[in-house]
Design a protein around this ligand. Sequence first.
Ligand code: ZN
Ligand code: ZN
Length: 281
Amino acid sequence: MILGAHVSAAGGLHNSIRNGEKLECEAIQIFLKNPNRWVGKEPNESDITQFREAWSASDIVREGLVHDIHLTNLASPKPDVLENSREQFLSQMELADDCGLRYIVTHLGSHLDAGEAEGLKVLSNSLNTLFEQTAGGSVIVLLETTAGQGTNLGYCFEHLRHIIDDSKCPERLGVCFDTCHVFAAGYDLRTEEDYHQTFDQFDQIVGLDRLLAFHLNDAKSQYGSRVDRHEHIGEGNIGITPFQLLANDPRFESVPMVIETPKMETMHVTNLAVLRGLVKN
Ligand SMILES: [Zn+2]
Ligand SMILES: [Zn+2]
């Protein structure tokens, strides 16, 4: 199991490595900039160098993921939002490459009222443009499964398939499977049978070879509610069973799994300990 957590990069990107090490994370996920702002402080060359140095000096942190800022909507029907989103995403892809971070996780965006087909088309165009602009780069975009709030895309596996099929650069696309979001979107995981059924479905529609990262979150929201609310591992409506199965599933032993559970400053220790305790020797 390559287990880790979303960690803070406050005070400089390199602090994320230290924060990951404190928690004994083999994988970390970070924001490269303030996730709630279009215009904010960007890591400069010295930040990037310090980050790379801290990372290469670390014996613990092996895998690094970037989480896209929250404002991005690469499927937006609004030209100004779409332009900002593409610009921001391009800059994050370039920064990720500079930092040696392999993956950038993004949500599929929302179509607002333009309809799903139109939203997926705009998203495909955005990604094709971004891959063209970063030709030669090595960062891989991970499409995150979503709960499907409002007009958000990505709550069904078919949406992921659609984007992969429409991509001019499918080798730079993968999926980040968020347990809370998938559950809220109506794929059950609560029993061993549900677990296998959901992953069989994912395999048939998307392919397990595309599953390159996990977000391990229990759900405060109800099954099928399309509401995105995370809960501590084993304390929500999903329960401990699927986490135990994931921790011991040989298909996923080299796939990074990061928690995004609440109260990261105080509760990450506990949630990671719970997950580590599930691994059978
Ligand atoms: Zn997530
Ligand atoms: Zn979420």
